[in-house]
Design a binder for this molecule. Structure first.
Ligand SMILES: [Zn+2]
Ligand SMILES: [Zn+2]
Ligand SMILES: [Zn+2]
Ligand SMILES: [Zn+2]
Ligand SMILES: [Zn+2]
Ligand SMILES: [Zn+2]
Ligand SMILES: [Zn+2]
Length: 1753
């Protein structure tokens, strides 16, 4: 451009002259003759101005001015009227038929296995959801970015190419609109404007001068403003760039980070502004700081500010163009025309090509915009896509070369666009016909690969660069794309060009044929393992391409024959060295072979033979077409040279055999890996399989004896089959034996393997079926395992689904594991022990399985080959191998050696193979005899095998040898097979005789009879043996289970923790309880209280295995336990949490139970001493370890020594103190101690304390606000009148453990450092008791289990220990302190006692109050001088009254918060309870000034109350049971919801009509009711209807998930990070507790917590789950469990495909559906508080995941 108009356009002096409004400007432009010049001139004035602030731009303002002063005028100019109106009109014209949405990296794409032409055809989420494919067999995948949606492309889909929104002529679009959306004037304007715009964009984008602008843009006074611009590259790390910037620019870390992030995202950024010299200096600085020995310096340039501004604007103009083009097809076409126009008289390529060619030089941000421009123009218009493709192919070589030397990802290279063009069938055909694209690609390969060629012109990838070669694979991939859809119609030109391409492709194969040759290492081991991965990787890349070439060639006979000829020529050219080598002669039983002298063990050999294998593939296809007979027209017989063709594949197989025989062990692992891949499913189709086919070709065309001699010679076994051999060298014998086995196997394959269409008469389905059968003969397998073991075609299909149900049945998975396929019985007959795709281990596993199965079915153990399918005519001669002399000789030799006691040149495996070959021969003869008359059957295996040899060597025939073998005791295992073969001999004999009609029938039938008799005898014998074996097994089983019982008995504890107990009778505690227990009262509270059931408890320490009785005076035994914060019961998820509990007062629990402290135990018991030793030992060993620990020793964490659960403390085990009250005493007390009296006694005691303390020490105790009792009968000591006893004396060891555990609860519950003297320690003890009970009660209810009967042992033992600990806990702190807490608790429910801070009734959880009050109450008995505690009688009354008072309070809570807005549909009869309820509420409503409605029917009140109070009653029952040890009523042990309520009331001494409580205590309670109801705080609470807690509390569950996983993906696709606009590489993560979607693993959403950076998920978990949370990573379909800041683990997602398998990472991409059972299981993991346990366990077993930085999740 610059040279065209030197000096630029004449400078228009006055910019002020320019019209001011867009409209005027547009019309002014209209008057100018040359738009381009005018336009440039205009831009030259404005652009540098607008983009002047490069370093710190005000983006909004920038955008506004561009819009106002450039785009709006342009649009006016284009449309000639108000563009907004015009664009609005165009928008509705529905000009689009293609979706064309460009995928961002990480976005989900969909493909349809039923309808997509190839797997590269994909849909975006929206189109997929609106398409028919939603109900097809679709696949989901995660885009790597760069592709685009194929919706609307009729060539991409067999059916359903349009989604609903892209369907042509859908509602709202009329045909006329589609046809002519634009009028002529607009089109004319577009033709005027677009070329200028395109030209400007291209010129500026490829502008290279750093300091100067093109002359036409230089109209302003040039300023002295430059930028130092840093470019992105892929080899400097993020941190390195930051470091370099910080050093060079002397800037803050934050600024350097900002720059680096922007560079990474955009590709370039100005990091410094200023004069040229300053920028130049900065540039040098950055370069020198970023350079080191291993790295180039960063790419930095100094650009003039005007250049920078124009380049920036050019891209912005591109985006504008994108927008405009989206409105009309005409616009797109005009744009494309402008891009394609070649400047007359110029050598330059057209604009779009110049842009393409510049691509590798551009930075990331620019490339993205330009590629989008191509997508939205060329790729939306089929015709222009073709033109673009042609330009692309024209410069293909150059583009690929530049890509290969570029360092950017392929996804942002223009070469990645190839898939969009090459996979379109019509385009591919056009490109082949017109531009010979196959040759272009292969020649590109030939030009980029020479650096890997050695002096023989073969590839050698030693010391290759993985990155660079990886880029070459992209070219290979293009070849695949071009070939992916086979043309349906062939033109002459297409045929020619294809053959041309094929020839060119053969050149590449020629360089691979025989590459990387190796020689056996003898003596010393090789020093360095050579690189092998590159060559194998290329083989893998090429596999499907080779198959596709063969398929294309097979399209018609002519083409195939020509291709065959070319390929044959190429093979021959590569075999010249062999043809010219010297000769040797082999001789065996009268047959002679002259062959080249070559030894695999001495000469060079290569595993890479793509040419030979391609030829084998073509040969098979020729056979399929039935055209082998015409082969000689193209390859004359004399040139064919089958021995040469066979030679190299045979060598390769021999190499494999020698590797197995360990002859190559000095050649290192590299060779072993190659041999592995040679036979592996990823490569075998174009390696191993084809070599077998080539040998089959050889066998079908050569004389069988000569062929076998050649095989013997190449296996270096000719000597081994000469009788002369006698060696004592065991190693050599072993080597010989292995080689013979390997050779026999290959011979079996050559003769027996016919499951290739073209080799045998089979279909593709039959081939796949056979593969599956053999896989399932090993074991039942999940779908994915089968799929992994089957070869994939170019469409990633294995054909598995089409046939699997014919041969196997699907077995659904349970709650864990996966579904598996099991082989159907009728398919078992197809089992072939020597299936050629079995690995050694698969072979023996399958053999073992099948023998076992036959044994179980009482069948013989013979596993003869199944009858093989017939060979195709071209291969029919292969069977002659079986009955040729050499084969007979080989078999006989093996059998003779087996009989000969002196010989050890045989193995049982070898015998088995020989039997297999025999069986194949007999089967073949039988089949032939059945099909044709005897005289026509020339296959005479039977005769040869039963003929006596003339020489001494042949003195015995094979049949006789078999009889002998049968008698050898060591070969017992082969007996059944031998029997089978002998019978087969007979069958064939009879077939021969029958058709001859000569032999006397008698002898025949006799022999059959004899046979049958022996057969029956054998059968009977076998049966007898089987029966004996069965009895023996039974006996052993009985012994075993007795032993096992014993073991379980002795190790009971161990088992208890893992198995749920079925009923309480199993538990240790109840073990010795007498059945007489039913005689006792089953009431826990009040005068009728039943006896405590206690028994001697002897526990075994899991560490020292010693037993000890649990006694309070003994050394402590402890239970491993874990204390954790929990939100499992919260009614207010996400409630802000105090991150530090320094000032929290935990006495009263909020009724929303937002954050509780849960104590769980795995139920394992240790001596306290043993545990301490264990813990110290762990500490010590961790200090010595280097790696990060799984658990935090600092905070007391350890893994349970037995079950590896994560624990952080221990609970001391304290025995229950037996308490029994005599009924006489009780009654007497009962007379005196009414509720009224009890209250007064308690108040007197409290006030007594108060007076005592008022004298000095402690004024903070709340005061009685009303002393008005006056009655002096209640004095300070009267509480003691009802009975006291002395306190329990615990051993010091127990005390120590009590303190330790109590401190842990406090520390974790409040997240504070440990402090043994903190006054809140007792509160936390009570709190965790209450919360743990509530959590367990909730879980039992959730699972519909009975309250007592279904507790897991660990829960049972944990609760028991926890309650007993809670009783003992009081002894470890001052009683005054507990009294203080008690008085605050009592102030809630005692009249006349209220302290300042008593919360209102609606803002406390009363169960917590109950637990606290009951546990704290004994402190009232404390006296300075004597240590007293209440007697059993006293406590029984205390418990009763406390419970009754608190229950009444809770009733009021429930009734006040009843949801009266629910529809009251069902009307019930008025019961007594209902009437009580009505009248009670009427009363209460007075106290609340009518604040609660009284219009609610009584029955509804009663029903709600009963429903609401049940959880509380259940919790209370659990609490008192574990506190007192009183047996609960039968109804609570079994699952009877019916009787539960009654039983609860009876156990807890409540009337079933709970309102009777109020009646009974009316006088006492009324003032309380008044006080509660009049509380202004309560009235306030009631008004806030939304936040008030109702009862029963709602049960938490994980959020509802959609059944179809793609719904979730859809949801995630709409997710936008709240913090950043850039939506690439987002990891949306779903919180399963609350449903929030978070932006995970991203800097934008990190938060700082206590000075540490944490990811969005970890931060969310702190609030949502008190640090513990369950997330679903949506794009990966993975569940993760996290705990705290640094721990987490993966967990299987609850989504399964139709095969019952999960799909982490969406690797397989099958449709996924929610498994309710698994989701339920996950829910239980949460509710059982087992998340931490799961994490610890998974980290124990899977240390690999540990490298993940959970903190940044
Ligand atoms: Zn789409
Ligand atoms: Zn669509
Ligand atoms: Zn479909
Ligand atoms: Zn111990
Ligand atoms: Zn354990
Ligand atoms: Zn959440
Ligand atoms: Zn974010």
């Amino acid at each position: 451009m610059a040279d065209e108009e030197p000096g630029g356009a004449e400078r228009m002096e006055v910019s002020t002259e320019l019209p001011q409004t867009p409209q005027l400007l547009a019309s002014w432009w209209d008057q100018q003759v040359d738009f381009y010049t005018t336009f440039l001139h205009y831009l030259a004035q404005l652009v540098p101005e607008i983009y002047s602030a490069e370093m710190d731009p005000d983006l909004e303002k920038q955008e506004e001015s561009i819009q106002m002063s450039i785009f709006t005028p342009l649009e006016w100019y284009l449309f000639g009227e108000d563009p907004d109106i015009c664009l609005e009109k165009l928008k509705h014209s529905g000009a689009f038929q293609l979706c064309g949405k460009v995928f961002k990296s990480g976005e989900t794409t969909y493909s349809c296995r039923d309808c997509a032409i190839d797997p590269t055809c994909v849909l975006c989420m929206d189109c997929f959801q609106n398409s028919v494919h939603k109900n097809h067999r679709y696949k989901m995948h995660t885009s790597t970015g760069g592709g685009f949606c194929d919706c609307g492309d009729t060539e991409a889909w067999k059916t359903g190419p349009f989604c609903v929104s892209h369907e042509p002529g859908r509602a709202g679009t009329t045909k006329e609109n589609l046809r002519c959306p634009l009028n002529e004037e607009v089109i004319a304007q577009a033709r005027k404007i677009f070329p200028s715009v395109v030209k400007y964009i291209v010129e500026m984008t490829i502008w290279e001068e750093e300091k100067e602008l093109p002359p036409e843009l230089q109209i302003r006074e040039k300023n002295e403003r430059y930028y130092c611009v840093l470019f992105n590259d892929e080899h400097h790390s993020y941190d390195h760039v930051i470091y370099s910037l910080q050093r060079a620019l002397d800037c803050e870390l934050a600024e350097a980070q900002l720059h680096t992030t922007a560079i990474d995202k955009e590709g370039r950024r100005a990091v410094k502004a200023g004069a040229f010299a300053a920028c130049q200096e900065a540039k040098e600085d950055i370069k020198s700081h970023s350079e080191n020995v291993s790295q180039h310096p960063l790419h930095v340039e100094v650009l003039h500010s005007d250049v920078m501004a124009h380049q920036k604007f050019a891209l912005r103009l591109g985006s504008w163009m994108n927008k405009i083009m989206s409105y009309s097809s005409d616009f797109r076409q005009i744009f494309c025309q402008a891009c394609l126009r070649e400047e007359p008289g110029s050598e330059n390529p057209c604009l779009i090509s110049r842009l393409m060619l510049w691509d590798a030089k551009l930075y990331k941000g620019a490339r993205k915009i330009l590629h989008e421009l191509i997508f939205s123009s060329f790729f939306m218009e089929m015709e222009y896509k073709k033109f673009f493709a042609m330009e692309f192919v024209k410069y293909y070589k150059q583009l690929q070369k530049e890509y290969i030397s570029d360092d950017h990802d392929r996804s942002i290279s223009v070469t990645a666009l190839s898939v969009q063009m090459f996979t379109v069938p019509t385009l591919a055909r056009h490109l082949i016909e017109e531009q010979n694209v196959i040759s272009v690609i292969t020649e590109t390969l030939l030009e980029v690969l020479p650096e890997y060629l050695d002096r023989n012109n073969k590839f050698n990838f030693q010391g290759y660069s993985q990155d660079k070669l990886g880029r070459v694979y992209a070219v290979i991939c293009d070849l695949k794309y071009i070939l992916i859809s086979k043309p349906t119609a062939w033109t002459e030109r297409l045929r020619m060009q294809f053959l041309e391409g094929f020839r060119s492709f053969l050149k590449i194969l020629t360089c691979m044929q025989g590459m990387e040759e190796i020689r056996r290492q003898v003596g010393q081991h090789i020093e360095v393992d050579p690189d092998w991965e590159a060559a194998i990787a290329i083989q893998m890349q090429l596999k499907n391409i080779l198959l596709m070439f063969q398929e294309w060639c097979a399209c018609d006979e002519e083409l195939l024959l020509v291709a065959y000829k070319e390929c044959h020529k190429a093979v021959m050219r590569c075999s010249t060295s062999f043809i010219s080598s010297s000769k040797t002669v082999v001789q065996l039983c009268g047959h002679t072979l002259e062959t080249k002298s070559y030894r695999v063990s001495e000469d060079l050999v290569s595993i890479h033979l793509p040419l030979s294998r391609t030829l084998a593939g073509l040969h098979v296809r020729l056979s399929r077409l039935g055209a082998v007979s015409r082969l000689h027209e193209f390859v004359p017989f004399e040139d064919f040279q089958v021995e040469v063709l066979v030679e190299y594949p045979l060598r390769c197989l021999v190499l494999v055999a020698q590797v197995v025989a360990e002859m190559w062990r000095r050649n290192g692992l590299s060779l072993i890996s190659q041999v592995f891949y040679y036979q592996d499913v990823k490569c075998r189709e174009e390696m191993y399989d084809k070599d077998i086919i080539m040998l089959q070709i050889g066998a079908s065309l050569m004389d069988p004896n000569k062929f076998l001699l050649l095989v013997l010679q190449r296996y270096e076994l000719a000597d081994a089959f000469n009788k002369t051999i006698s060696t004592k060298d065991q190693d050599l014998i072993k080597q010989y034996n292995t080689l013979i086995e390997e050779m026999l196997q290959v011979l079996i394959y050559i003769v027996g393997e016919r499951y290739v269409p073209g080799v045998g008469n089979v279909t593709k389905e039959e081939v796949t079926m056979r593969e599956i059968i053999h896989l399932l003969c090993i074991e039942p397998m999940p779908h994915s395992a089968i799929a992994k073991n089957l070869p994939e075609n170019e469409n990633n299909e294995t054909g598995l689904e089409n046939v699997i149900n014919k041969v196997a049945t699907f077995k659904k998975p349970g709650v864990s594991g996966h579904g598996v396929y099991e082989l159907k019985d009728e398919s078992l007959k197809d089992f072939n022990m020597y299936f050629y795709h079995y690995s050694k281990t698969q072979h023996s596993k399958a053999e073992h399985m099948q023998k076992k199965r036959r044994k179980q079915e009482n069948k013989d153990e013979a596993l003869p080959p199944p009858p093989p399918p017939e060979f195709c005519p071209a291969f029919s001669k292969v069977v002659n191998l079986l009955n040729c002399d050499i084969m007979m000789y080989i078999l006989r030799t093996i059998f003779e050696r087996a009989i000969d006691t002196d010989s050890n040149l045989w193995t049982e495996g070898m015998l088995q193979m020989a039997f297999h070959i025999l069986a194949l021969g007999l089967l073949e003869e039988k089949q032939q005899l059945q099909k044709a008359p005897e005289e026509e059957v020339t296959f005479d295996f039977y005769h040869k095998a039963s003929r006596l040899g003339s020489s001494a060597m042949n003195a015995q025939n094979i049949q006789m040898l078999l009889e002998k073998l049968k008698g050898i005791p060591q070969l017992e295992g082969q007996k059944d097979m031998i029997t089978w073969i002998l019978q087969m001999f007979d069958t064939v004999k009879r077939l021969r005789e029958k058709s001859c009609l000569i032999v006397a029938t008698t002898s025949g039938s006799e022999s059959i009879k004899n046979d049958e008799i022996t057969h029956d005898k054998e059968k009977a014998e076998r049966k007898r043996k089987a029966e004996a074996a069965r009895l023996h097994r039974q006996k052993i089983m009985a012994q075993m289970s007795a032993l096992q019982k014993n073991f379980i008995e002795t190790h009971k504890l161990m088992y208890d923790s893992t198995s749920e107990m079925s009923g309480k009778e199993d538990s240790i505690m109840e073990e010795e309880s007498t059945p007489a227990v039913s005689d006792y009262s089953r009431i826990a509270l009040g005068p009728k209280r039943g006896p405590t059931v206690t028994e001697k408890e002897v526990l075994t320490c899991i560490l020292c295995q010693e037993e000890q009785e649990v006694k309070i005076e003994n050394n402590a035994m402890v239970l491993s336990a874990c204390v954790q914060k929990s939100t499992a019961l919260t009614q207010n998820r996400g409630k802000p949490i105090e991150l530090s509990g320094e000032i929290v007062d935990p006495l009263f629990m909020d009724p929303d139970l937002a954050y509780g402290t849960y104590t769980g135990s795995c139920g394992h018991v240790m001596h306290a001493v043993c545990w301490q030793k264990y813990f110290e030992a762990v500490q010590l060993s961790s200090q010595q370890r280097i790696h990060v620990d799984l658990f935090d020793l600092e905070s007391g964490e350890y893994l349970c020594p037995l079950c590896k659960s994560l624990c952080n403390t221990v609970i001391p085990i304290i025995p229950l103190q037996p308490q029994r009250i005599s009924s006489e005493n009780t009654e007497a007390v009962g007379q005196l101690l009414t509720l009224e009296q009890w209250i007064q006694t308690v108040l007197a005691r409290i006030s007594g304390y108060n007076m005592k303390h008022a004298r000095g020490e402690n004024p903070t105790i709340p005061v009685l606000f009303d002393q008005g009792m006056g009655d002096s009968t209640f004095e300070f000591h009267s509480i003691l009148n009802f009975g006291v006893q002395s306190s329990i004396k615990y051993s010091n060891s127990i005390k120590e453990m009590v303190i330790l555990f109590a401190t842990t609860i406090y520390r974790i519950g409040l997240k504070v450092p440990p402090d043994e003297t903190d006054p809140r320690i007792p509160m936390m003890t009570w709190s965790t008791c209450a919360f743990t009970i509530q959590a367990i009660e909730n879980l039992l209810g959730d699972e519909g289990k009975p309250l007592f009967g279904a507790l897991q042992n660990r829960q049972h033992n944990g609760l028991k220990a926890l309650m007993q600990f809670a009783i003992a806990q009081k002894i470890t702190c001052p009683q005054v302190l507990i009294q203080k807490h008690l008085i605050r608790l009592l102030s809630v429910v005692l009249p006349n006692l209220k302290s300042e801070d008593t919360p209102c009734l609606l803002s406390i959880d009363l169960f917590h109050v109950l637990v606290g009050a009951v546990l704290a109450f004994p402190s009232l008995y404390w006296e300075d001088t004597v240590d007293l505690q209440p007697s059993s009688i006293s406590s029984s009354y205390t418990h009763l009254y406390l419970f009754h008072l608190i229950t009444m309070a809770h009733m009021l809570q429930i009734l006040l918060t009843i949801d009266t807005e629910l529809p009251l549909a069902q009307v019930q009869e008025e019961s007594e309870e209902a009437r009580s309820a009505s009248s009670f509420l009427a009363e209460v409503s007075q106290y609340t000034n009518g604040c609660i409605g009284c219009g609610v029917p009584g029955w509804y009140l009663w029903a709600s109350l009963k429903n609401g109070i049940t959880p509380y009653l259940r919790c209370a029952a659990l609490f008192f049971h574990y506190l007192l040890g009183i047996t609960p009523p039968e109804e609570l042990l079994t699952n009877s919801a019916e009787g539960e309520y009654g039983a609860l009331c009876s156990y807890l001494s409540l009337p079933t009509n709970l309102f009777l409580l109020f009646q009974e205590y009316w006088d006492t309670v009324r003032p309380l009711l008044q006080r509660w109801c009049a509380d202004p705080a309560l009235l306030n609470c009631l008004k806030q209807k939304s936040t008030v807690i109702r009862y029963p509390r709602k049960r938490n569950s994980l959020i509802e998930l959609p059944d179809d996983y793609s719904c979730l993906l859809n949801q995630a696709s709409h997710f936008r990070c709240p913090r950043s606009a850039d939506d690439e590489r987002k990891h949306p993560v779903l919180c399963l507790f609350c449903g929030a979607i978070l932006c995970s693993q991203n800097i934008c959403c990190q938060e700082i917590v206590n000075g540490e950076e944490v990811g969005a998920c970890i931060f969310h978990a702190l609030h949502c789950g008190a640090g513990v949370c369950i997330f679903l990573k949506i794009r990966e379909c993975r569940v993760v469990l996290v705990e705290g800041k640094a721990r987490g683990c993966a967990y299987p997602a609850p989504y399964l495909d139709e095969y019952g398998e999960t799909d982490p990472g969406l690797k397989r991409g099958n449709p996924l559906h929610l498994s309710r059972e698994r989701y339920r299981k996950l829910h239980l993991v949460w509710q059982q508080h087992c998340i931490i346990e799961e994490i610890a366990r998974s980290q124990e077993t899977n240390q690999m995941l540990f490298g993940f930085n959970w903190q940044l999740l």
